[in-house]
Design a protein around this ligand. Structure first.
Ligand code: FES
Length: 171
């Protein structure tokens, strides 16, 4: 049976082929938000694929629409829609940090397609410096740094995954 590993918990288990990543999390007792109940209409079940992206079913139209609406791109998937075909390692993103309205405005100036990845990088940097409140003066230098890293990896899912792995300390 395929082996599924969840970070940051570091929990792994054998999961029946064809089950969703959300089913896997539930089986392992991992708390993963899924506000719409698994119908691809909320995006709260988003996860980051760290390894084994080809061991998941392809993104269908419903998932594609929801990912687009939530401005998410690879390596993000909706755990309720991604079915397991082989070994996979994933990470549940941390809860979003608090951004001031002005700081959010600066984030909005950046590429819509990669905004979630930029946000992840900025928040990771802030956490590493014990910054909890994201104000424009805090985020702008981080945003420029994150945008440069994402631009360099843009349109290459492998490079983007590597970048996100690096941010998640999973490289
Ligand atoms: S639970 Fe709502 S999209 Fe997956």
């Amino acid at each position: 049976m395929p082996r599924v590993t969840f970070h940051p918990e570091g929990r792994a288990d054998e999961i029946q082929r064809g089950k969703s990543l959300l089913d896997a999390a539930e089986k392992m007792g991992i708390d993963l938000r899924h506000d719409c109940g698994g119908f691809a209409t909320c995006s709260t079940c988003r996860i980051i694929i760290l390894d084994g992206v080809s061991n998941l079913t392809e993104i269908d139209l419903d998932e594609e629409n929801m990912l687009e609406e939530a401005e998410l791109s690879a390596p993000f998937r909706l755990s309720c829609q991604a079915k397991i075909l082989g070994d996979v390692t994933v990470r549940i993103p941390e809860e979003a940090m608090e951004w001031s309205k002005e700081a959010l405005g600066s984030l909005a100036q950046h590429s819509e397609k990669y905004r979630e990845i930029i946000r992840l990088i900025v928040e990771d940097k802030a956490r590493s410096l014990n910054i909890t409140s994201l104000l424009p003066e805090t985020v702008i230098p981080f945003l420029e740094e994150a945008k440069k890293a994402v631009d360099e990896a843009a349109d290459d899912p492998v490079a983007l995954s590597a970048l996100v792995k690096q941010v998640c300390d999973m490289a």
